[in-house]
Design a protein around this ligand. Structure first.
Ligand SMILES: *Cc1c(COP(=O)(O)O)cnc(C)c1O
Length: 381
């Protein structure tokens, strides 16, 4: 059996007629740039996120960068984010000229640890950027409380969290502004690049709309220096079709995650943990084991794809040597980088395929005479 990590072709087959019609309609209308589907999608996606506004942009990375630029975050400013995140979070910060300040993750949720936040705040701090990693929100009330106390903005990196909930509220409606990615493999993915800024802040929306479109509100009247970061109408048309299915797809992901977690419970691996306040939508299903590399090879030999999110922490990347961090600065992130393994996860994954993945993992531990301890949890054990 061959099991891919994600299966975009299987999903396309389930929505083909609607997607084809929507894309052909754009070609009939020829409103390719900031056309009707962009306007409609922005309304629909804002409402999905329980927020007032969404602004379509050309990637999740652009959404993050434009939010910071709209808030005038730049050289001399510091933005705090999680040590375990995708590189785009930190690139968006450094490309505005601001300085990223990393904070280690909570050992249970793998998200920015609010307990370590205050120590990272300096007079230069402007914003906290929690990342809702793998599809589970960070501990937002605790983060927001600290942010309000110090007068800081909270910018959600919600690129992996379309539809995730924190205490019954959706990701994207929790901070001052949020960035979403519609990269094809995300829970809500376009057929190319795409992204959105989501917020209740009407003034921020005005600025983002200008920044994404050459600094203009009225054609050829350039009030500020902008960029070209618009969401394509064709991508918006695809996203509108897919938005109608995202809740069902997230339910399917949660069901698959439950099956994995039930069936893997007795093995020497750790399965994802969700606090009461979180509704995880499993963009990624990430386990931990001390025998990660050997297990990944074993899965590959059995035709099962898997991933590492992420193998090298930001502070140990060549590109970020300049930040001056060293090995040992973020022990949990560093330890987890060696132990994490993302298993196949997509809504169309059949229960029999999950059985096959689980059985392959079982034979790995039966055949290899490896220690049968669960990975060591640093804090609280
Ligand atoms: C995917 C992702 C991004 C960037 O999104 P793009 O659309 O690929 O630019 C940013 N942050 C996180 C956490 C992501 O997973």
């Amino acid at each position: 059996m061959n099991i891919p990590f994600v299966d975009l072709k299987a999903q396309y087959q389930t929505i083909k007629d609607d997607v084809d019609t929507a894309v052909l309609d754009v070609m009939q209308r020829c409103d390719f740039v900031l056309g009707q589907d962009v306007k409609d999608f922005e309304k629909e996606f804002a409402s999905f996120c329980q927020a007032d506004y969404a602004v379509g942009v050309d990637s999740g990375y652009s959404a993050l960068e434009l939010i910071m630029r709209a808030y005038n975050i730049g050289p001399g400013d510091e933005v705090i984010t999680a040590a375990n995140t995708f590189i785009a979070t930190v690139l968006a910060i450094t490309n505005t000229g601001a300085n990223p300040v990393l904070v280690d993750i909570d050992p249970d949720t793998y998200n920015l640890d609010p307990a370590k936040l205050e120590a990272a705040i300096t007079p230069a701090t402007r914003a906290i950027m929690p990342v809702h990693l793998y599809g589970q929100t960070a501990d937002m009330d605790t983060i927001l409380k600290i942010a309000r106390q110090f007068g800081l903005l909270v910018i959600e990196d919600a690129a992996q969290a379309h539809g995730a909930r924190y205490k019954n509220r959706r990701a994207g409606s929790l901070g001052d502004a949020a960035a979403f990615s519609f990269y094809p493999g995300k829970n809500l993915g376009a057929y190319g690049d795409g992204g959105a800024v989501v917020t209740n802040d009407a003034r921020l929306v005005e600025r983002i709309r200008m920044l994404r479109d050459l600094g203009m509100r009225v054609k050829y009247h350039h009030e500020i220096k902008g960029f070209n970061h618009r969401l394509d109408t064709m991508q918006a048309a695809v996203l509108r079709v897919k938005l109608r299915h995202i809740d069902d797809w997230n339910v399917a992901r949660r069901r698959i995650a439950q099956q994995y977690s039930d069936q893997l419970a007795d093995l020497p691996i750790l399965t994802p943990f969700s606090p009461d306040w979180a509704e995880h939508i499993y963009h990624l299903y990430v386990i931990r084991t001390q025998n990660r590399d050997a297990l990944q090879r074993h899965l590959m030999e059995a035709g099962i794809a898997s991933g590492l999110h992420y193998p090298i922490p930001i502070h140990l990347q060549l590109a970020y040597q300049e930040l001056g961090y060293q090995e040992g600065d973020f022990p949990i992130t560093e330890q987890y980088a060696k132990e994490i393994l993302s298993l196949p996860m997509y809504p169309e994954l059949e229960p029999e395929a999950v059985d096959y993945v689980v059985n392959t993992i079982k034979t790995f531990f039966e055949e290899s005479h490896l220690p049968t301890l669960k990975p060591h949890i640093i804090a609280g054990d």
